[in-house]
Design a protein around this ligand. Sequence first.
Ligand SMILES: Cc1ncc(C[n+]2csc(CCOP(=O)(O)OP(=O)(O)O)c2C)c(N)n1
Ligand SMILES: [Mg+2]
Length: 377
Amino acid sequence: MIVHLAEQTGDHENGAFERAVRTAADSGTTKPTISEINSDNQESSQTQLANKKSHGSPDLLSMYRRMVLCRTLDERIWMLNRQGKAAIMASSQGHEAGQIGSVEALQKGYDQFYIYYRDLAVLLELGLTPTEIIKGFVAKEGEPLSGARQFPTHGAHPEYGIINLSNVVATHIPQGVGAALSAKMKGENRVVIIYFGDGASSAGDCHEAMNFAAIHKLPVIFFCENNKYAISVPLKNQMAVDSVASRAEGYGMPGIEVDGCDIMAVYEATFEAAQRARSGQGPSLIEAQVERYLPHTSDDDDSIYRSQEEIEEAKKRDPLKMLKDLLYSSEVLDEEQEKLINKDARQIVNEATEEAENAPYPETDDFFKHVVGDGSA
Ligand SMILES: Cc1ncc(C[n+]2csc(CCOP(=O)(O)OP(=O)(O)O)c2C)c(N)n1
Ligand SMILES: [Mg+2]
C-alpha cells in the first residue's frame, strides 16, 4: 500500500493499522488465525495485519462466499443480456474485493453509499437480494431502487443508505459531498463513501467535490475503482500522472493506493479512512487498483482496443482466486467445501432468476410513482 500524505495525520503509525483480524472462518473453533494462515505468504497485507492488535473481525471465508455469489450473479446477468432478456450491464468482475472489502469496513444501515453503475457487490453487501437485483435488469415489479423505472442498479434505497441517481459520470461525487456536509452540520457521526471510476476522477465535478470536502474537513471517503480504462480509453490517455491517489495532495487530504484485488488491504485502508472521517479529520482518497475482465458494458466490444493477452494477464490477479488460494493454503477451504460454495451460489442465483423472470411488469397506472412527486411532501 502506498500512502500519499498531504498532511501529517499521525494515525498511520498508531491508529487503524494497529489492528488484526481474527480467524478466517469461525471464531471459537480450532481453525487457524489469520497470522497462521499467512505464515507462507509474508508479503500480503493480511500478514501485516495479523501481527497487530485486534480490533475487528472480518470473516474471510464468509467474504469469499459473498464474492462467489456476486461473481455468479454477475455472470448470470451477463448471460441474460446475451439472451436478450436483460438490459445493459456493466460487469463488476474483477472489482469484487474492492467493493466487498470497503463495505465491510463501514457501518451498514448508518453510513451512506454513493455508488456507481459497476457496484453490484456493494448492492449485495448492503442488503439487496439477487432477486431484487435481477428484477432491475429485467424491469420487473418489486425492484426496490426505482420500481424498475431506471437504468439497472440505479435509484436509491434510503434504508440501506444507497444513492445512485444517475450514470452521468461523476455527478454523484458532489452530491455525496453535500450529504457529508449535511451529516457534519447535523453533528452525526456518519461517513459518506463515494465510489467512482478512474475516468470519473478526471471530471470537473470530482475536482470541485474533493476540493470542497477537504476545505471543510467533511466525513467522506472518495473510493476510486481504478480499472485502468474509461470505456476504451486507457489510463495514460486520461491523465498525465500515473496515480489517482497522488492527486489527493493537491486538495489537502491523504491519498492511498491499495491493491483492490486484496480484500483485506482494501478493508484496512477503508477502515482507516473511516476513522479519520469520524474523528473530524476530513476526507481521504483511496485508489483501489482493480481489474476489468469484461468489456465496459454488454454493449461494448473490447476486442478492438484490448488484447486477449492483457486480459489473461489481469486474470492472474483475480480477487476470487487470490482469496481462494489463501484459504486453501491455510486449510480453511478444501475442494469439497469449494464445490458446496459454488453450488449454493448457483442455486441462489437460479432461484432468483426464476423468481425475477416470473414476476409481473410494473403497473402502467403507477408509471410516475417514485419518479415525480405526488405533491404531498
Ligand atoms: C458526463 C459523462 N460523460 C461521458 C459518459 C459516457 N461514459 C459512460 S461510462 C464512461 C467511462 C467511465 O469510466 P470510469 O470512470 O473509469 O468507470 P468504469 O466504467 O471504468 O468503471 C463514460 C465516458 C457519461 N456517462 N457521462
Ligand atoms: Mg475505469
